[in-house]
Design a protein around this ligand. Sequence first.
Ligand SMILES: Cc1cc2nc3c(=O)[nH]c(=O)nc-3n(C[C@H](O)[C@H](O)[C@H](O)COP(=O)(O)OP(=O)(O)OC[C@H]3O[C@@H](n4cnc5c(N)ncnc54)[C@H](O)[C@@H]3O)c2cc1C
Length: 299
Amino acid sequence: MKLWEHYHTPTTVDEALSLLAQYAGRARIIAGGTDLLVEMRAGEHEPHHALIDITRIAELTTIARDGEQITIGAGVTHTQIVHSALLQQRAACLVESCGVVGGPQVRNVATLGGNVAHALPAGDGTVSLVALGAEAEAVIGGERRWHPIQALYLGPGKSLLNPARDVLLRFRLAACGPREGTAFDRIMRPQGVALPILGCAVRVRLTADGTRFERAQLCIAPLGPTPERLLELEVFLVGKTADEVSLRSVIDLAQSSLHPRASKYRASAEYRREMIGVLLERTLTRAVERARAASVDPR
Ligand SMILES: Cc1cc2nc3c(=O)[nH]c(=O)nc-3n(C[C@H](O)[C@H](O)[C@H](O)COP(=O)(O)OP(=O)(O)OC[C@H]3O[C@@H](n4cnc5c(N)ncnc54)[C@H](O)[C@@H]3O)c2cc1C
């Protein structure tokens, strides 16, 4: 059985939207296809009359800087992100998370937008975008506007976006400035494909003398059906010394206050709780080192 009848490669967002409208629910957006085609082959979708490929739309495939904002098109591949000097310098956690997605063949075609639109809370790109405080621009129900990234997540695999009608366009985030550092790490089975046991991304800003946390943004996932910032831990860290003692206390707080779920395929809740400590130690230590190294504005 054919999985689709028509394959379109629009070169503008308007063209993609008008194709979706024309097919009235019988077409679907495709980017790299590394999630969608696997699901279609597994029979998880009714055959689509048409696939609308957004990867030829120039404005969706660029990484750009506008002052202190970085924008990343939804059709930008993980490989593009890994090779971006701007992101390496100003959003290192995103480079680290996109750098572990699948293998090189997957990263060469799979997109950041597809990672987010697929709406799994543990998507590697997702975890870093949430910690970075990113926003997403999308045309949803005909309205083009910016949304906080978490607003797109309604549950595991459930997105605010309807890919038979809507298009995710791009992300924006504040570039890391002086005294800021970020880091991402994950725990993955050695033969694991697709999703990790647990991922963690952090963004910190230190005080002018480099000794205390002025600000902290953290995301560990999956802890629940949608990816969330860890506000209790973020508030706890502000004003604390950026050292081993605070690291131990924030890990204790995380392990007593967070309740990861057991997963039949990935790990027990106990193992995940233990790994929360490992990931926080690795990422916070690295982010603090980077923040100290960025004591002057890297512009
Ligand atoms: C072997 C293998 C290993 C993998 N390893 C990892 C991993 O380590 N970590 C990880 O997080 N993921 C992993 N994945 C999953 C996948 O590669 C990523 O989620 C990837 O980022 C999806 O992007 P894509 O462009 O291929 O999305 P697609 O498959 O093209 O699309 C995914 C979904 O999003 C919708 N969509 C895509 N773009 C848009 C848009 N612009 N607007 C609206 N809707 C859109 C599609 O309709 C579809 O529902 C793996 C997959 C494979 C096959």
